[in-house]
Design a protein around this ligand. Structure first.
Ligand code: BGC
Length: 363
């Protein structure tokens, strides 16, 4: 760990457009930096984002994502800190779906349900990374071939995920995939943010605005009921910015089921390439602001309700409940079993494409 931190701090000194990678425990890491001193540290293993260092309104750089000090710790990453998620992000009821008359069985790794791709999803495999750079950005392209039948999913899948850090202080994620026979796909990124930059502190004072008038309510196992419900008059309505903590303990069946916010917000009803403004989060003490734009139809707003202090994170800090939040852009949960939801089907003749952009600034 000591050696790792030393290596990381050497990289902290390298700014500009030179894309660097280093090797730790046989696994490579990439450090992206931009003209304004922002740095993102990425591991090839799981495509894990280990650090995002951004300034507060006084110019103080702090790390705003949850994670572990050592790469070894990410081998057990039950909360999916910083990880790429797939093949299917979120839940599939009973770990089962039908495609062209065949029933596929997936791992039930979340009670009776399938979660985030199974026992060994995209966050637990080694990706093949290559540094890239261009006008105003540097990045890394991560490639992975998921073999036919991996984790029970049909078809071999070739996927590339490109992370770019731009001089406009944007972290852009592009997903691109093809399959050799019909399958389903719903990749996402599972970074937990805490814009205070103070590990272990609460996220309840962050203000959040989400551009959604509807969401997909869930049952007691967090599986969508199939309804696309209006947010009006609910404590889940964030069309006007509100503190995360303002209504999180309100008496509402959905908040009780989720133990807080753990819901898919509907940004659009169908898959399209249009990039839409999904959400904006503002942390008043540091002044840090994060905007999220995406081409995805949905975004899961998760407030770290299952963090219980048992995971020792960076600098030995225990991550307690609501010490990080996720905004996971995605298709809707359990789409393969829900006729009303945008389809997760990927045909061999098609290319899966989606993009998400996190933009950092201060106010
Ligand atoms: C889900 C939570 C789950 C968490 C696991 C989130 O994407 O919405 O329900 O507990 O991932 O870390």
């Amino acid at each position: 760990m000591e050696r790792e931190n030393k290596v990381a701090s050497q990289f902290a000194l390298s700014k500009g457009f030179e894309n660097r990678h280093c090797e730790i425990l046989g696994m490579r890491e990439f450090i992206l930096s931009n003209a304004n001193g922002i740095r993102i540290r990425i591991a090839e293993y799981g495509g894990i984002v280990r650090e995002i260092n951004v300034p507060d309104r006084q110019g103080l750089f702090e790390d705003i994502v949850l994670g572990f000090d050592s790469m070894e710790a990410y081998k057990q990453n039950p909360a999916y800190f910083g990880a790429l998620i797939g093949r299917y992000g979120n839940r599939i009821a009973h770990g089962r779906f039908d495609l062209d008359g065949v029933t596929y069985e997936l791992a039930k790794n979340d009670g009776e349900n399938h979660l985030h791709g199974g026992e060994k999803g995209f966050g637990s495999v080694l990706w093949d990374g290559e540094g890239i750079s261009g006008e105003g950005f540097e990045g890394v392209e991560l490639r992975y071939r998921s073999e036919d039948g991996e984790e029970g999913y049909p078809g071999a899948l070739d996927i590339s995920v490109t992370y770019r850090l731009t001089d406009e202080n944007e972290w852009i994620i592009d997903y691109l995939a093809t399959a050799d026979r019909p399958t389903i796909l719903n990749p996402t990124q599972h970074s937990y943010f805490n814009l205070t930059g103070k590990a272990g502190s609460s996220i309840l004072e962050h203000g959040i605005q989400i551009n959604a008038s509807h969401y997909t309510p869930v049952d007691s196992n967090l599986i969508p009921t199939g309804e696309i419900a209006a947010l009006d008059e609910t404590p889940l309505d964030f069309r006007a910015s509100k503190a995360i903590g303002a209504r999180i303990n309100a008496q509402h069946p959905q908040l009780e089921r989720g133990k807080g916010y753990d819901h898919n917000f509907v940004l659009k009803r169908a898959v399209s390439e249009e990039l839409v403004q999904a959400a904006e989060v503002y942390e008043p003490i540091s002044g840090r602001l994060m905007e999220v734009l995406t081409t995805s139809p949905g975004v899961q707003f998760y407030t770290g309700n299952f963090l219980d202090g048992s995971l020792q994170g960076k600098s030995g800090v225990a991550y307690g409940v609501r010490s990080g939040f996720c905004l996971e852009t995605q298709l809707f949960p359990d789409s393969p079993n829900q006729v009303n939801f945008p389809s997760a089907r990927l045909n061999p003749t098609e290319e899966f494409k989606s993009s998400t952009l996190y933009r950092f600034s201060t106010r």
